[in-house]
Design a protein around this ligand. Structure first.
Ligand code: ASP
Length: 437
């Protein structure tokens, strides 16, 4: 166990170093090299390395979720047990997401970042992002029906292979749970063999991720390098207050809500949690994708916290798909900011509708970079906020996406730890003596 601890700390630390080196190299070279040389570095080195890393993470997600969820459910022992855990998990998800939304709502209504945004900036942003905005508007129009009754089609697949090819996580989760339940009921030898086979596939995926993560310090450095070189810091200037409110919300939820949950619900020392979960934070920050972080989340929870496999394999895939605190917090701030900029008056009923919509849409958001934008636009349109207003915030969204993905994956990790407590897993036995003192 001690060795595991040391290896995991080491890997978190090395990725962090990669992240810092990438940021510094990007900032320094951006100002000292000409644009052609920078482009050539990105095209030939940093983009392919970063891309190889991201693709390798995505490569294992679909088989990992399908197999691990089926095994996780099959190992729960009974359908009643599954139902009990499912209810507890759903309550945890809804409560934490609701808290995140309220934090965002209070901040944006008190600070009012949308008041006094420069009119020329609004016009320029509309023109600059017009192409992106119009394609997002048509995407978001499809979202309206996809919530209901379209949700039926998103969850129950006509062709599971097609859904797997499209990485439709809700359908994959549905089928994974169904297979798990059937294996739970078919208590024969063939079912046991099938569980073992699925288990082996899921273990192989985790092993592949172990290898991929060895590259993480370089890959994360490359991803950060690209992000810094491509990001125009001056763009924040016009929406600095909005940016500040979102980041403040992230910090409050991360440091206050999650610390309280860690200390009083999960009952683990704060330093121990934040230190051991660092590979999850860094991977999600650099990839901006809950899905790409999923294998790291599962591995870290098992290796660094001693969460049993039957819990990680059940909780983490569900969380990566439907539990998105950071996304919900960002969505409410963005929607209300745009309403303030355009002077849209929202009645108390509209505010309530928006809170509900933001929580519901965060469930349907794909765990990929920028996955929330079309759903956010659809929620805005429902309460009369112009969805085209998204143009104002698209410029800074790449950066904010990193932060919200960290919150999303941290919430998922805490949900797995919470369920371990519910299942009476002695998590403290895994804490090294020095942390406990
Ligand atoms: N990037 C987020 C995630 O993967 C989704 C989003 O809010 O856009 O968790």
């Amino acid at each position: 166990m001690k060795n595991n601890e040391q290896t995991s700390h080491l890997s978190g630390f090395r990725i962090l170093i990669g992240l810092i080196v990438g940021i510094i190299a990007g900032a320094v070279l951006k100002n000292s090299l000409d644009i052609e040389t920078l482009k050539s570095i990105m095209t030939n080195i940093t983009a392919p390395v970063g891309n190889a890393f991201l693709r390798s993470l995505f490569m294992v997600v679909v088989p990992l979720v399908l197999c691990s969820l089926a095994v996780g459910v099959a190992q729960l022992g009974s359908v009643e047990h599954l139902g009990r855990l499912g209810r507890k998990l759903a309550t945890f998800y809804v409560c934490t997401t609701f808290i995140a939304v309220i934090i965002g709502q209070l901040l944006v209504l008190t600070i009012e970042p949308g008041k006094g945004v420069d009119q020329t900036f609004i016009e320029t942003a509309k023109v600059n992002f017009s192409e992106q905005t119009s394609s997002l508007v048509s995407k978001s129009e499809g979202v309206k029906t996809s919530l209901w009754p379209g949700m039926v089609e998103k969850v129950i697949p006509k062709n599971i292979i097609q859904e797997m090819a499209d990485t439709n996580m809700l359908a994959i989760i549905f089928v994974g749970i169904l297979i798990g339940v059937t294996l739970l009921n078919l208590k024969n030898a063939a079912a046991q063999t099938t569980i073992q086979v699925l288990h082996t596939i899921s273990d192989s995926m985790i092993m592949i991720i172990g290898w991929v993560m060895k590259l993480a310090p370089f890959a994360v450095g490359c991803l950060m390098f690209n992000a810094v070189v491509q990001f125009d810091i001056s763009i924040i200037g016009n929406v600095a207050q909005y940016f500040g409110v979102v980041v403040l919300g992230y910090i409050i939820h991360f440091c206050v809500t999650y610390s309280l949950i860690t200390k009083y619900i999960v009952k683990l020392p704060l330093r121990y949690f934040y230190k051991n979960a660092s590979p999850i934070f860094i991977t999600s920050f650099s990839t901006s994708s809950s899905n790409a972080t999923l294998p790291t989340t599962i591995g870290t929870l098992q290796k660094n916290f001693g969460v049993p496999e039957r819990i990680t394999t059940f909780c983490a895939p569900l969380g990566a798909t439907i539990n998105m605190d950071g996304t919900a917090l960002f969505e409410i701030v963005a929607a209300l900011f745009i309403a303030q900029v355009f002077g849209v008056h929202l009645s108390p009923a509209d505010h309530l509708t928006l809170v509900v919509l933001v929580i519901v849409t965060s469930v349907g958001v794909a765990g990929v970079p920028g996955g929330s934008i079309p759903l956010l636009m659809s929620a805005m349109a429902t309460v009369g906020i112009p969805p085209e207003g998204i143009a104002l915030i698209l410029g800074v969204d790449r950066l904010l996406d990193m932060g919200r993905t960290v919150l999303n994956t941290t919430g998922d990790s805490l949900a797995s730890l919470y369920l371990s407590r519910v299942e009476k897993v002695p998590l403290e036995d895994f804490i090294p003596k020095v942390e406990n003192s």
